[in-house]
Design a protein around this ligand. Structure first.
Ligand SMILES: [Fe+2]
Ligand SMILES: [Fe+2]
Length: 485
């Protein structure tokens, strides 16, 4: 008896400790940062546990109300919900654990689920289940969260629509077919007008599946035409939902989508325009870095468009003092000649901080701001360290390090390497293929030995692939002569 009492006490205590831990809002790790005073850059601090519990209860109530309030049905909904939650949790646990570190993503995930269920109820009540815009919500999940989660949403939401409509298999398969078809092509969406393609694809997939069920005798002529009509309406609803909700969710939840990246890569952007006119050397360096980073990101399976855009903005902090950076100096004038190495160090370090401030002021996405902050990691400013030694200062290498942080994501490491390799290869006299190869290898090895990738999920294989890609891109940029021996 005493043993049982102790066990109960132990399990209660463990449960309460776990609950207290879960109730604490998790700190964002990796790609998301929120510090700005800007309302849209503030992280939504709703604990993950609360978000999930609230969503599960809300979805349960909506399903019960949609199917009918009855004890048996309530039990059936409970079984259905458990199955969906287990499937969803398994998918997140396996491949999308990082999402749980981002409060914004979790809130968005829950909001997408509740909103979609609400829309499905309205479709069922006033139109037809075939008008339920499963594709629109799945593509939003794919673009705002991840491709995998887009697929998971497609399955879960199709199941919910079918459950709301007497567990009809034809509805499940039609919704799933349309949603999977558009989610699989999510990479093709690069501008808002591409949402029309999403709608067309949804209509085509749904119509084909409705026709299939008609051919096997599931519908009579009237039902066939009725379902086809609502399949077309589904496409129209999808466009409206995507056009209204996507910009809103992108902004409120600070999501970086391909559409936003294309908008940011426009050279009419005020920040890029300033870079072009006030720091032309840095602008050119950023363009070259973008070419290198894009290829390297592609080869390690990262978003090449994100790499390109991050490269454009990585050095915007140099706008504060453009002439103190080598790429903007003339061969006859270097302002650092009149400064002591400690002062030069401060100016160099400040370009990272200034870049973050400028990017925040211009509402650049947090994912890009994070890369601006990490693009030098904690590397040593060797030139000024050696100058300090030359002028007789007794300084430690640690004093001449950038303030970091080190890259925490693969894409951040890509930008760091592309940036350093571009800058270093610029200084090579007569840049032949061999010299470029030696320089790139030296830079990557030094960064690795210096521990710059110690908190980054990058493998040696990735580094090898990136090395080859960077060598090949820089060589083709400089049209180097191949040295024959
Ligand atoms: Fe920089
Ligand atoms: Fe740079």
């Amino acid at each position: 008896m005493n043993n049982l009492f102790n066990n109960i006490r132990f399990w209660t205590r463990s449960f309460l400790l776990k609950l207290a831990k879960d109730l604490k809002p998790s700190e964002s790790k990796g790609h998301v940062i929120r510090e700005s005073k800007n309302l849209f850059q503030k992280e939504i601090k709703i604990p993950v546990f609360i978000s999930f519990i609230f969503t599960i209860i809300a979805v349960y109530v909506m399903l019960v109300m949609g199917v009918g309030v009855d004890l048996k049905i309530m039990f059936a909904v409970l079984i259905f919900m458990i199955a969906v939650v287990v499937f969803f949790a398994a998918q997140i646990q396996n491949k999308e654990k990082a999402v749980l570190d981002d409060n914004d993503a979790v809130v968005l995930m829950c909001l997408l689920f509740i909103n979609s269920l609400l829309t499905f109820q309205i479709s069922k009540e006033y139109l037809s289940p075939f008008a339920s815009p499963v594709s629109a919500f799945s593509i939003m999940a794919a673009m705002l969260l991840s491709l995998r989660l887009g697929g998971v949403y497609a399955v879960c939401l199709s199941l919910c629509v079918a459950f709301l409509n007497d567990m009809r298999f034809d509805i499940f398969l039609t919704m799933l077919g349309g949603a999977i078809f558009v989610v699989a092509n999510v990479h093709a969406i690069r501008k808002r007008s591409d949402f029309i393609n999403v709608a067309v694809k949804t209509v085509i997939a749904n119509s084909v599946l409705v026709s299939m069920f008609y051919l096997v005798g599931n519908y009579d002529n009237f039902q066939f035409k009725y379902n086809l009509f609502y399949s077309v309406l589904n496409g129209i609803f999808s466009i409206v939902i995507l056009l209204v909700c996507m910009p809103l969710f992108e902004r409120v939840f600070s999501r970086t989508t391909n559409i936003k990246l294309i908008e940011l890569s426009d050279f009419n952007n005020p920040l890029l325009k300033r870079l072009m006119s006030e720091a032309p050397g840095t602008y050119h360096h950023s363009i070259m870095t973008a070419d290198i980073a894009e290829q390297a990101a592609n080869i390690v399976g990262e978003n090449s468009l994100l790499a390109r855009v991050c490269s454009y903005y990585h050095d915007v902090g140099k706008l504060k003092n453009p002439l103190y950076f080598i790429e903007n100096q003339t061969p006859v004038h270097n302002p650092h000649d009149n400064l002591n190495p400690e002062m030069s160090r401060i100016i160099l370090i400040s370009h990272v901080k200034e870049g973050v401030l400028l990017a925040k002021k211009h509402n650049i996405d947090n994912e890009i701001i994070n890369i601006i902050r990490q693009h030098h990691g904690t590397t040593v400013m060797h030139a000024f360290y050696h100058r300090a030694l030359e002028v007789g200062l007794r300084v430690d290498t640690e004093y001449f390090r950038y303030s970091g942080p080190k890259p925490t994501t693969k894409i951040s490491a890509v930008i760091m390497l592309a940036d350093s390799c571009e800058a270093a290869c610029r200084s090579i006299d007569n840049p032949t293929a061999t010299r470029i190869k030696d320089m790139v290898e030296k830079i990557i090895n030094n960064k690795f030995i210096d521990g710059q990738f110690s908190v980054c999920p990058i493998t040696l294989k990735d580094l090898e692939l990136m090395r080859d890609s960077i060598i090949s891109t820089i060589t083709s940029i400089y049209h180097a002569r191949i040295e024959y021996k």
